[in-house]
Design a protein around this ligand. Structure first.
Ligand SMILES: Nc1ncnc2c1ncn2[C@@H]1O[C@H](COP(=O)(O)OP(=O)(O)OP(=O)(O)O)[C@@H](O)[C@H]1O
Ligand SMILES: [Mg+2]
Length: 335
């Protein structure tokens, strides 16, 4: 393969050189950078055969064409358990696997918005947040911004969402527990995967997210009493399944911030398996590492900066589960 062919293929996928380097790194476990891609494309450096082979094979789509969209809520009323880190990294992995992805930040703290380098105040001033869409002042498609070098999209959050609980509760016609479902519906026409990062409460907004979702992923920190919070959330999900969202399924529990040599954390993990193992899927734990916090500061998904970071294999496994869902044959069942 020659440089100009590589350039054509890259541009055909709508990626700039940096995004393409990330894409290769994620797939091949390498650490190529923008400059290297540029040298390959100009012919200044030979394209490694592994890269040429990979790129050629990619002409065939990796992910069979999605047959339905998925709305995945990432929720746990407990704070600081890795919801946002998981949402941001999963959005990235699904995007580089070839899905059209959007992340909806429904947390008034706007952590995902900040993590992806969007200034909350600017987004609020520009009216490109979830708030006006939920209030039916704008269509959801008008409040979408590209993030992560254009690899996926975001509906930013704003602190103004802190008021929305009262507004939703006080207006059962325009608000109520199904407002977000209706608000997000148009996204299904464009996106294969719609992820909702929830705030750390079982608020009206979180209930709205669970009513909008097809699947729920519950990050859970391996600390004492973790099981109690999970029970509450699963009870809520069951009630909503009976009353308002029969489609809701539990994708799984994701133990996070795990230190295997900490006996108490290991005990909590065992407890989670004993309590919920027969009921829901429990993914392998995400190890505790400061790299997640560093990546949030660098305003980038960790797995984009460091494709082989601790926990990468688990996030890839979750992404594969989501991909299986959107490409499943029984596509007409719940889309
Ligand atoms: N596996 C991990 N190891 C160490 N730190 C982590 C890990 N995952 C997340 N963190 C850090 O822990 C903090 C909380 O993570 P995160 O924001 O993802 O949780 P959250 O559940 O979304 O929090 P909140 O409830 O406030 O929305 C952040 O500083 C994040 O960088
Ligand atoms: Mg969060």
């Amino acid at each position: 393969m020659i440089g100009s062919e590589l350039k054509t293929l890259r541009e055909g996928r709508g990626m700039d050189q940096r995004a393409f380097a990330d894409h290769l790194n994620g797939r091949l476990g390498r650490s190529y950078d923008k400059a290297r891609i540029s040298r390959w494309e100009s012919g200044a450096e030979r394209i490694p055969s592994q890269v040429a082979k990979f790129v050629t094979a990619e002409l065939e789509p990796k992910v069979p064409h999605p047959k339905r969209s998925i709305i995945l809520a990432i929720a746990n009323q407990k704070g600081g358990v890795g919801k946002t880190s998981s949402a941001v990294n999963l959005a990235y992995l699904l995007a580089i696997a070839g899905l059209k992805v959007i992340l909806v930040d429904s947390d008034p703290q706007a952590s995902a918005t900040a993590h992806l380098g969007i200034d909350q105040a600017e987004a609020h001033a520009a009216g490109t947040t979830l708030y006006p869409a939920l209030r039916q002042e704008k269509s959801i498609t008008e409040v979408v911004v590209p993030v992560c070098d254009g690899q996926f999209d975001l509906v930013p959050s704003t602190i103004a969402l802190a008021n929305v609980d009262i507004e939703l509760a006080s207006d059962p016609i325009n608000g109520g527990p199904l407002a977000l479902r209706e608000c997000l519906a148009p996204l299904r026409e464009t996106y294969d995967a719609i992820l909702i990062d929830c705030g750390p409460t079982l608020s009206m907004l979180t209930v709205n997210a669970l009513n909008a979702a097809d699947q729920l992923l519950v990050p859970v920190q391996t600390e004492t009493l973790a099981g109690l919070g999970v029970s509450m959330l699963l009870d809520t999900a069951n009630k909503l399944r009976r009353r308002s969202n029969p489609n809701l399924r539990i994708l799984g529990l994701l133990p996070t911030l795990y230190t295997s040599r900490n006996a108490a954390e290991k005990m909590t993990l065992d407890e989670l398996h004993a309590l919920f193992g027969g009921v829901v899927r429990i993914f392998d734990p995400i190890p505790r590492t400061t790299k997640f916090t560093q990546s949030a500061r660098a305003q980038m998904p960790l797995l984009k900066a460091a494709p082989n970071a601790p926990g990468a294999g688990v996030y890839h496994e979750i992404a594969r589960t989501v991909i299986n869902h959107v490409t499943a044959e029984d596509a007409d069942v719940a889309s």
